[in-house]
Design a protein around this ligand. Structure first.
Ligand code: NAG
Ligand code: NAG
Ligand code: NAG
Ligand code: NAG
Ligand code: NAG
Length: 391
């Protein structure tokens, strides 16, 4: 036992993953005092405010498309997601609020996405707000993002169900964006594109706004992402993403399980990410890291702004019916570094030819107890030493 301890300490000095937010006092406990909050809103059905304690600063859009409000783009994006210039306001939105609870006794809010696909507002958006709780609600058919928190601190998303049809284009469930101290717990999310996506601004706009997404916990989630990834980082990450802990995630019927996306011109970083206890079923690519992914807002980006992707730990993962175990495609100018894989067991759809079950370029890291065996780039020597730790 002392031998094992020494080796584990040695391991952490080779690749320290310092994602904060473990244990007591974590972000998942911070917001958990809904009854002491001064303002609360109960939404029993779309557009209707329930119990008389209306918080009039939380706005509900009129659901008539011809009266849809157009607002300024977010400063960290410089434009709308799909279109240059302005963007459509979200259905439910709050700007510069604090101590807000949006809860609904498991009521349903239906965004009627089909009506909106040409405009793509988000269903719920909080901007520059603090101490926000969204809980016990079911959201259906968001036209774009279901819950978008941008420039927020202390956000708790608890017991939320969010569904869109698997065919819905680019729908994303929960998007912590340039936000810190975020907890997503006990949620069920089924989306056309990504279930949970962490972001922090787009190219030169995100770089100058410089607000990272940090200290995020994701726990006890059931996720499905038909054409994207159940959990993704980026591709808009120019303000940086760090200190993210994902634990106890159930991922099914998804194109990819965990994805890291970035590209030249983004700058920023994705680092100190710790993912553990993940169960994946019927997933095409379990881990997908792509360093040449995504477009630019305009031609003003700095082509020499290379993103950093480093200190990523993926451990205790069990997968069934997986087609590709992992693709890690860094680039020559910004290789992915310190990727640590341990205790990963993936049973492959075509178990015969496992030669291409991992595909790697410009990535460096190590692995311990990983099946199928990863590419050599992810097998630095210390990983072999750890494999001999006596138990
Ligand atoms: C909440 O509603 C969803 C469907 O809208 C349902 O699947 C789920 O079981 C409900 N949860 C509770 C605790 O009632
Ligand atoms: C959500 O519902 C659960 C019961 O399913 C309840 O214990 C909890 O207090 C509710 N949370 C809020 C914020 O209303
Ligand atoms: C395996 O997963 C694929 C999706 O990646 C799915 O279409 C297929 O039905 C699954 N097979 C089984 C046996 O569940
Ligand atoms: C990376 O993203 C680019 C652009 O979307 C795409 O062409 C390429 O196929 C992706 N690579 C992988 C391995 O998915
Ligand atoms: C390996 O991961 C599985 C979950 O996939 C977990 O149940 C098991 O305890 C882990 N083993 C070790 C030695 O940590």
């Amino acid at each position: 036992m002392p031998v094992a301890l020494v080796l584990l300490l040695a391991l952490s000095s080779v690749i320290p993953i310092n994602a904060r937010g473990y244990g007591a006092g974590s972000v998942c406990d911070l917001g958990r005092r809904p009854n002491t909050r001064p303002h609360s809103v109960s939404i029993l059905e779309f557009g209707a405010v329930g119990d008389g304690k209306t918080l009039n600063t939380l706005a509900f859009q009129n659901a008539d498309p011809s009266h849809w409000k157009v607002v300024d783009p977010l400063p960290s994006y410089g434009r709308g997601i799909d279109l240059p210039g302005k963007r459509y306001m979200s259905l439910i939105n709050g700007d510069k609020l604090h101590d807000v609870v949006v809860t609904g006794d498991n009521g349903t809010i239906d965004g009627q996405g089909l009506l909106w696909w040409d405009r793509r507002p988000h269903l719920v958006e909080f901007i520059s707000s603090e101490n926000v709780v969204v809980s016990n609600l079911t959201f259906l058919n968001a036209p774009a993002y279901t819950i978008h928190s941008v420039y927020c601190s202390h956000v708790l998303i608890h017991k939320v169900t969010a569904n869109t049809s698997p065919e819905s284009p680019y729908t994303i469930g929960i998007v912590p964006d340039s936000s810190d101290n975020v907890c997503i717990q006990d949620c069920r999310i089924n989306m056309g594109y990504d279930a949970i996506s962490l972001k922090s601004g787009w190219d030169e706009y995100g770089t100058s706004y410089a607000r990272p997404t940090a200290n995020v916990q994701i726990r006890d989630v059931y996720l499905r992402a038909a054409s994207g990834s159940s959990i993704s980082f980026g591709s808009e990450m120019s303000g940086g993403i760090s200190d993210v802990v994902v634990r106890d995630a159930h991922i099914h019927s998804s194109f990819s399980g965990i994805a890291f996306r970035t590209t030249r011109g983004r700058g920023g970083y994705i680092k100190e990410i710790d993912v553990s206890n993940v169960h994946m079923v019927n997933v095409d690519t379990a881990f997908l890291a792509n360093g040449s992914f995504g477009t630019h807002p305009d031609s003003g980006f700095d082509a020499n702004a290379f993103p950093l992707v480093s200190h990523i730990r993926l451990r205790d993962v069990y997968g069934e019916n997986i087609s590709v175990a992992g693709c890690f495609f860094g680039t020559k100018e910004s290789p992915f570094t310190s990727v640590l894989l341990s205790n990963i067991s993936l049973s492959m759809k075509n178990s015969g030819s496992s030669d291409d079950s991992w595909q790697c370029s410009y990535v460096e890291g190590s692995s311990d107890s990983v099946v199928p065996e990863p590419c050599s780039e992810l097998e630095s020597s210390y990983g072999i030493a750890v494999a001999f730790v006596p138990t």
